[in-house]
Ligand binder design. Sequence first.
Ligand code: GLN
Length: 271
Amino acid sequence: MVKLINFKWQQLILSLGCLLLIIGCQSLYPATNPDAKPLKVATDPTFVPFEFQTADGKLEGFDIDLMNALASPAAGIPKVGGFAVQFESLPFDGMISTLQAKRVDAAISGITITAERLKTIAFSRPYFKAGLAIAVREDNQNIQDFNSLKGKKIAVQIGSTGADFAKTIPNAKISTFNSGPEFFQDLLNGNVDAVVSDAFATLYAIKNGKLKGIKVVADLLTQEYYGIAMPKDSPHLDAINKGLATLLSNGTYKQIYQKWFKVEPPQLPDS
Ligand code: GLN
């Protein structure tokens, strides 16, 4: 009997010890540690080769590689060993309002830095030199440039810089679509005469056989830069800019660029 009581006391002391140890560890590494929280990053994975989903649902692309490289310890943010990224798929058109409402920490989705967007959200330093292009059916001979778009039927993506550009074409009849695959289908079906959209995405899709029967006639109609978008007073802006500077100077950016575009990246402005 005495032996049994002794044993129970030992068990109680051991359990209390463990409990104290757990409480101690939790106060050393609180669950609310901001560095431990993953960065919620929105993307619209319908924009090859910047963000798209493989057959088995994996997110891939230039932007995805860049964001993951930023999160790796090599980019130097935060001070101790990288951070986790949690990608969230969102339609492109809802990206800006989602950032404004702070429902995500950032968005990477081939988003062009524009003066209009800068009124409501913040952007990192430019990470990609881009521009718009006109795409037509392969057999089209009469659309060659901006002037020949006058009065034509044009498809664009809702909320994109291509949509803003199309508004400046005199008498154009504009159809709006949610994503790239849809407006190219409409072009192929003959419902519209041309598509105005991001040059690199269109050229990549044509080159890789994903867009058949379509050609690009005016490459880089505009000069644009993509930036990582964040809410206006984001606490992550500085760290992301520093991380991008590191990736640009240590060769990681060049490596990612060559992986997707097979050419040397162009020079980027600092801001
Ligand atoms: N670069 C264009 C824009 O920002 C479109 C990007 C996209 O379709 N993902 O409006």
